[in-house]
Design a binder for this molecule. Structure first.
Ligand code: AMP
Ligand code: MN
Ligand code: MN
Ligand code: MN
Length: 280
């Protein structure tokens, strides 16, 4: 079995990351990684770019994505690994998310215009989105920083963009079942991303895991950045009990989210079944 030193959850400027694809790959090499999965929010444009540019990568790149979904009124993120980026399930999902994100962004922009008194927020934010990229809330945070309205993305979320705040718009993301089925249709492995982010009680978390498994989910992201070490053991145990494979990823976005360092996470413990067994 191949042992990878890898980071299976990273973002580029095709979603809310700050690095370009070549910059991310070079950083992966200099960080000593063998492989990374690029998992932008609701887009595989980074992988299309890689395929079209003929760029020879210094590290192995696993085609991935991070789909947004909704479960019991909670936003749940599902990473798809080793997906066929050309599969119609992926291109259809991308188009669906693009429309959903643009519709939401227009509503967020209207609310922000009222809340902070900035003109043409939607047009200004679109200038910050990379060509062919998905618009995300961190783009709004960046505009607020650029215009001197807040000092940090954290402040932007706390005051305006976070759930229940002045410019928050609840999004009807697709169900966990739909998001998992797009990933599995494209021959990928569906991974329940960063379980610590959902602030669930343990019993509710286990219900989420059961629904995820019922939908065809195959792996749990047992390690993410800034996660208490004792939780790794717990998540690996939950994975084992449900015959799930284990994934790990920093959720790297670049310097603007300094708490998530590329590859800056522990290795998988020996008792975990590594997710890459499914494709290597
Ligand atoms: P979206 O998918 O457009 O709703 O944006 C969600 C993204 O916003 C997440 O993937 C994070 O990268 C980022 N994010 C969420 N909460 C915060 C926060 N409190 N501070 C900074 N970034 C955040
Ligand atoms: Mn993000
Ligand atoms: Mn996420
Ligand atoms: Mn992510």
């Amino acid at each position: 079995m191949t042992i990878f030193v890898c980071d299976l959850h990273t973002h580029t400027h095709y979603s809310d990351g700050s690095l370009s694809v070549p910059e991310l790959l070079e950083k992966a090499r200099s960080s000593g990684l063998d492989a990374i999965a690029i998992t932008d929010h609701d887009t595989v444009q980074a992988h299309r770019y890689l395929a079209e540019s003929n760029l020879s990568s210094p590290v192995q790149v696993i085609p991935g994505v991070e789909f947004s979904s909704r479960w019991n009124n909670i936003d749940i993120h599902l990473v798809g690994l080793n997906i066929d980026i050309k599969h119609s399930a992926i291109t259809e999902a991308e188009q669906f998310y693009e429309q959903l994100r643009i519709d939401r962004a227009k509503r967020v922009a209207e609310k922000l215009e009222k809340a902070v008194g900035l003109p043409s927020v939607f047009e200004q934010v679109m200038c910050l989105v990379g060509e062919d990229g998905q618009i995300t809330r961190p783009h709004f945070a960046q505009l607020l920083i650029n215009k001197g309205k807040v000092k940090s993305a954290k402040e932007a979320f706390n005051k305006y963009l976070g759930q229940g705040k002045a410019a928050y718009v609840a999004t009807q993301w697709p169900s966990v079942e739909s998001a998992v089925s797009w990933i599995t249709a494209a021959n990928g492995v569906a991974v329940l991303a960063h379980p610590v982010h959902y602030n669930l009680t343990r019993s509710k978390f286990l219900r989420l895991v059961d629904d995820f498994v019922m939908a065809g989910g195959q792996a749990l992201e047992v390690i993410t950045s800034q996660q208490k070490p004792e939780l790794i053991k717990y998540f690996v145990q939950v994975a084992k009990e449900r015959n799930l494979y284990c994934s790990l990823g920093s959720d790297f976005h670049g310097d603007k989210m300094p708490w998530a360092k590329l590859g800056g996470i522990p290795r998988l413990p020996a008792e975990a079944e590594p997710v890459w067994q499914l494709w290597s």
